[in-house]
Design a binder for this molecule. Structure first.
Ligand SMILES: O=C(O)CCC(=O)C(=O)O
Length: 202
């Protein structure tokens, strides 16, 4: 797996084949990131959902909360996820992402990875309500974790990037149709990480 190089400016990452992701490590400054991390940790209505894999039911290995403008219905992983209202902080971030990227979003899925054993397995964000070629904006707060992305069919195309506190990652064109991504477990003793993925739901 190749670690992606990046600079301290917003750009599509080079050295990849057909992968369209952009990364900005210091999207939010440290004090803003620290404040939001604490606020979200304490105030988001985190829930533990169950998933069915090959007929067996498991706890999802992370906590989750979904928020949207206009009560959008999201059949995420078929877990019957509850819809919450957008808070002022969540709307502010949505507007800040729009200013930076011009992409429009109307909802956000938050994940709380409580420790290194929490994770997110290989998947694409490709539910029908996200449309044909979804773009996703992903903000990280708290502990740094590796994010892996690999091509669905070309086995040699596998990349990873360490997502930093306050960073923004954009998964652009074809990232959900031709690629899958994951946040793997780690045995290291680490602090919690919050991730926000902004999405457009039709
Ligand atoms: O935590 C991350 O960086 C990725 C989250 C993700 O893949 C998802 O919520 O679908």
């Amino acid at each position: 797996m190749i670690e992606l190089p990046y600079k301290n400016k917003f750009e599509t990452l080079k050295g990849t084949t057909g992968l369209n992701i952009s990364y900005l490590p210091d999207f939010l400054n440290k004090s803003k990131s620290d404040i939001l991390y604490k606020k979200f940790l304490d105030n988001i209505p985190w829930q533990k959902y169950k998933v069915k894999i090959f007929g067996k039911t498991y706890d999802q290995p992370r906590l989750t909360s979904f928020h949207s403008i206009g009560n959008k219905k999201y059949n995420y992983s078929q877990i019957g996820i509850k819809n919450n209202l957008m808070t002022k902080d969540l709307i502010n971030l949505l507007n800040q992402i729009h200013d930076k990227t011009n992409y429009r979003f109307n909802s956000v899925l938050l994940n709380l990875y409580r420790d290194g054993m929490d994770s997110n397995g290989w998947h694409s964000d490709n539910e029908p309500e996200l449309g044909d070629n979804p773009k996703i904006a992903s903000i990280t707060l708290g502990e740094e974790r590796f994010f892996h992305i690999k091509h669905k069919y070309k086995k040699n195309l596998r990349y990873k990037i360490l997502l930093k506190h306050g960073s923004l990652l954009i998964m652009g064109d074809k990232s959900q149709t031709d690629w899958v991504h994951q946040v793997p477990k780690t045995k290291k003793k680490i602090n919690p990480r919050i991730n926000l993925t902004y999405r457009y739901i039709y």
